[in-house]
Design a protein around this ligand. Structure first.
Ligand code: UDX
Length: 459
């Protein structure tokens, strides 16, 4: 099978590298020359653990990159993996998506069926919209071209593991032939029939992953909605535990214990119940706002999702209020922020808890120092107005700080050299919004430690 992936971002580069590792001849198309060149050289265009190795294994053999759409002519399937950011008003902006569809339309082979696969998260009804765009260009749907909805569920930072061990593959099709092509394409993923070199790579990196994959075929609209409904549900789950964390602090309970007890009920499940400073990232904020916008357009008010979004914003404010309670006036105080990406193991800093929390702290007069192992370049680029002194290490961030606030639990922050940090800080307040540091040890060392929702004797 021959594949084209349009877009070499967080979804496209992982999808393309995975399909190429399976042995499919795969071409990634992007308008960013840098990304295209990086892939051709065998390098990853983004920071994503494992991806560099995968691209090195495949570049020039089964993985190719280009700025032109030429490869579409011989492709069996064309995956659209372009960005669909939020437009003003909350709906997804389909500019890049529409451009991709019309560029594909100019390069299709009229003699056979090409399947266009929507991997980008697109509003419900977009597969139908693409079909009409293609029909307007003179293509016959079902015979020359089919549009399939195949949402991605990859988690940034774990995307390479997820792409080879998916829990579910959801495919929304409107004709039998495209359904068969998609099933053939995914069969090796479902049956874990991977080439030897890939098996060795997976055994080396994810030896314990025993996930089984469910393959679900449905109609395009339902497939599109599955993505939004899933992400909104997860956002609700986190907002919920974060509100419970606030109650824990008020009532003297421990949110980690409460979440552990809740998670023992398999109907609830233990995952996505970790209290934090709130959720963020390139999916949850944009997908919840698109779901709310589209539902409202059709007369449906999703009060639960709306409440989750509001609770999340309130959670960012709650963190700021906690810092204020300890430091009192923030004027002239230096707050060190650890973690500028929305989660560890990614350089993605497009939409982050850090931006919201830093903005509020700066408005209250605090001086901000910050560090992140991968996220500083992007964070700086998307937040040019934030007054932040960027540091090259955790220790430098601690230097003369009145408080250190952990927002993202990167591995290198988990067990730092506390003696050194204590001697470098001006104050002693630590706020651990991921509840990963050892409260007892830190208090013994003279730190004023606080977590989130740890309202028991440890608070
Ligand atoms: C999410 C979905 O999980 C994935 O299936 C989809 O394809 C894309 O969107 P991602 O955005 O990479 O993935 O991040 P995820 O791991 O889901 O975390 C989202 C946010 O929630 C992060 O800010 C994370 O720190 C936060 N979070 C997650 C919590 O605060 N607590 C939790 O228990 C879990």
């Amino acid at each position: 099978m021959k594949i084209v992936c349009i877009g070499a971002g967080y979804v496209g580069s992982v999808t393309a590298a995975a399909l190429a590792a399976l042995g499919y001849k795969t071409t990634v198309v992007d308008m960013d020359r840098m990304k295209v060149e990086q892939i051709a050289l065998g390098n990853s265009p983004i920071y994503e653990p494992g991806l560099g190795e995968l691209i090195k294994m495949t570049a020039g053999r089964t993985l190719f990159s280009s700025m032109s759409y030429e490869a579409v002519r011989e492709a069996d399937a064309v995956f659209i993996c372009v960005g669909t950011p939020s437009a003003p008003g909350g709906s997804a902006d389909l500019t890049y998506y529409r451009q991709a569809v019309s560029s594909i339309a100019r390069h299709l082979d009229p003699a056979r069926l090409t399947v266009i696969v929507n991997k980008s998260t697109v509003p419900v009804g977009t597969a139908g919209l693409a079909v009409s765009l293609l029909e307007d260009e003179g293509w016959e749907a079902g015979r020359q071209v089919s549009v399939v909805s195949n949402p991605e569920f990859l988690r940034e930072g774990l995307a390479v593991e997820d792409v080879f061990h998916p829990e579910r593959i959801v495919v929304g099709v409107s004709d039998r032939r495209s359904g068969e092509i998609m099933r053939d394409l995914y069969l090796p993923f479902i049956e874990r029939r991977y080439p030897e070199a890939l098996q060795a790579f997976l055994k080396d990196h994810y030896p314990r992953n025993k996930t089984r994959s469910a393959y679900m075929e449905t109609d395009p609209r339902s497939a599109e909605l599955i993505k939004y409904a899933s992400n909104a549900f997860l956002a609700v789950k986190i907002s919920y535990i974060n509100e419970i964390a606030q109650v824990c602090e008020a009532l003297g309970a421990n949110v980690r214990e409460v979440a552990r007890g809740m998670g023992l009920d398999s109907r609830i499940g233990s995952r996505f119940l970790q209290a934090s400073s709130g959720w963020s990232g390139s999916c949850f904020p944009k997908d919840t706002s698109e779901l709310l916008a589209t539902s409202a357009k059709y007369g449906c008010e999703l009060t639960v999702v709306r409440a989750a979004v509001e609770a999340n914003q309130a959670m960012h404010r709650y963190v700021v209020a906690k810092i204020r309670r300890r430091l009192r006036s923030l004027y002239g105080k230096t707050v060190g922020i650890l973690g500028l990406t929305f989660k560890p193991d990614t350089d993605d800093a497009r939409i982050t808890q850090a931006a919201s929390i830093i903005r509020q702290l700066a408005e209250l007069g605090a001086d901000i120092k910050a560090h992140d192992p991968q996220g500083i370049p992007m964070f700086r680029r998307v937040n040019p107005d934030l007054p932040v002194r960027y540091c090259t290490s955790l220790e430098e961030t601690a230097d003369r700080s009145d408080a250190l606030v952990l927002l993202t639990h990167w591995q290198e922050y988990i067990e730092p050299d506390w003696e050194q940090i204590r001697s470098r800080m001006r104050g002693s307040y630590l706020l651990d919004t991921r509840n990963v540091w050892d409260a007892g040890q830190l208090r013994e060392m003279g730190f004023q430690y606080e977590g989130i929702g740890l309202g028991d004797s440890s608070e």
